[in-house]
Design a protein around this ligand. Structure first.
Ligand SMILES: Cc1cc2nc3c(=O)[nH]c(=O)nc-3n(C[C@H](O)[C@H](O)[C@H](O)COP(=O)(O)OP(=O)(O)OC[C@H]3O[C@@H](n4cnc5c(N)ncnc54)[C@H](O)[C@@H]3O)c2cc1C
Ligand code: FES
Length: 376
């Protein structure tokens, strides 16, 4: 047996053991005696992929896509359920430890749902924390902690007959997963993939796109290079996709690009669905009223807590020792969405104050303005 074979066996051993170990340690008899934190520490010391609580993934390949963008190909352990559940367009939260600090960032899966190996594609943000760390410190063989796939920027079911996948810059990542998914599902409708970037050197996935194009006759692949075609505008969009109003569109890209497309949809009163995802939050407004304490009732569990200060409800719930589901913490991913049964909240992105009963609210951008009852 070679050293490589031995390492692969060891790795498979650790990855396969995670799920049965979890079942064993969650048995009520064992749970009563053993402290979970101590078990996790011991397992991690034995092997970085071993965990009974946490999905982890080993970096198996790193691909330089462009000068500032890398794809990290990952092999998740058995606790990651995304191989069965992930939908194209969804993201994972990476939990990184950077200089002794735990940092969470969200990355869209750029791989095809159902694939054994998954991929995230990360653009290096100058002055950022996580993306330079991933680019400079993370290497093949390292183990990353990740969440289950999440997010509702996904293809509709059943698929429409005409689709536009529209992206700019690093916004190409979730729509790339959608394109891969359509190809794998042998989609027979008509799909246009339009990507906007500075120039040919900035085109992420250039080789892969060419390969997919050769094998996917229903696909029209269009790329707008700013340096050749000028700054992307509503006119460029209509010129590239004249039947835009007939296409269900999925779009991701920088704020200015997305605002331009949203405006166009609005001005032309286009009724075809436009689904979009932002990587960066819309700026939050300061809360307009002092944080008078109010009581928040949670109807499902019967628990309640009292708010302190003007923090959004997600932070308030966490201060009270609860662990609501969340993702971006900035109003983008809707992971924290729940139904407000009654009471008044202020939306920190729009400034809107609403007392509508049975309304969907996002905890991370909502501030309580009265006693609340939440279906959480
Ligand atoms: C749903 C979703 C999907 C995403 N998918 C992807 C993806 O597929 N690929 C991808 O590359 N990214 C993706 N992102 C973005 C990603 O989550 C990170 O936001 C991105 O990688 C930057 O993280 P960072 O830690 O490097 O930068 P951060 O440390 O968060 O900083 C971001 C920017 O803010 C600036 N900044 C930081 N602190 C300050 C300060 N105090 N004052 C002024 N400026 C400051 C930095 O210079 C940097 O330019 C996604 C985000 C969301 C919400
Ligand atoms: S955590 Fe993403 S919208 Fe609230």
């Amino acid at each position: 047996m070679t050293v490589a074979d031995h390492t692969t066996r060891q790795r498979n051993w650790a990855e396969t053991l995670s799920a049965p170990l979890r079942t064993a340690f969650q048995h009520p008899w064992v749970e009563g005696i053993v402290r979970l934190g101590a078990v996790e520490d011991t397992l991690r010391a034995l092997h970085p992929m071993l965990s009974i609580t946490e999905a982890r993934a080993r970096v198996v390949r790193i691909v330089d896509e462009t000068a500032d963008t890398k794809t990290f190909v990952l092999r998740p352990n058995a606790l990651w359920q995304g191989r069965r559940t992930a939908r194209a367009g969804q993201f994972v939260r990476l939990r990184l430890e950077i200089d002794g600090r735990r940092v969470e960032r969200i990355y869209s899966l750029s791989s095809r749902p159902g694939a054994r190996l998954i991929a995230i594609t990360v653009k290096r943000q100058a002055g950022g924390l996580a993306s330079p760390f991933l680019h400079e410190q993370v290497k093949v063989g390292d183990v990353l902690c990740l969440s289950q796939p999440d997010g509702d920027f996904v293809l509709s079911d059943p698929l429409p007959g005409k689709i536009l996948l529209l992206s700019a810059g690093s916004g190409i990542t979730p729509v790339m997963a959608m394109l891969r998914d359509l190809q794998a599902r042998k989609y027979h409708g008509d799909v246009v993939f339009l990507h906007v970037c500075r120039n040919a050197d900035a085109l992420i996935f250039s080789k892969t796109l060419r390969t997919i194009e050769e094998d996917f006759p229903e696909l029209s692949l269009l790329v707008h290079f700013d340096d050749m075609a000028g700054r992307f505008s509503a006119e460029s969009l209509l010129y590239a996709v004249p039947d835009l109003a007939e296409r269900s569109t999925w779009m991701c890209g920088p704020g200015g690009f997305m605002d331009l497309v949203h405006r166009h949809w609005h001005t032309r009163a286009i009724s075809a669905p436009l689904h979009s995802e932002r990587f960066v939050a819309i700026a939050m407004l300061p809360a307009t009223a002092p944080g008078t304490p109010v009581t928040v009732m949670l109807v499902t569990s019967g628990q309640h807590f009292v708010t302190q200060g003007v923090d959004p409800l997600l932070v308030q719930a966490e201060k009270a020792g609860l662990t609501p589901k969340h993702g971006c913490r900035m109003g983008i991913c809707r992971s924290c969405q729940c139904t407000k049964k009654s009471g008044t909240v202020e939306n920190l992105q729009t400034g809107e104050i609403s007392d509508t009963p049975n309304e969907a609210i996002r905890l991370c951008i909502s501030v309580a303005r009265s006693d609340l009852s939440l279906d959480l």
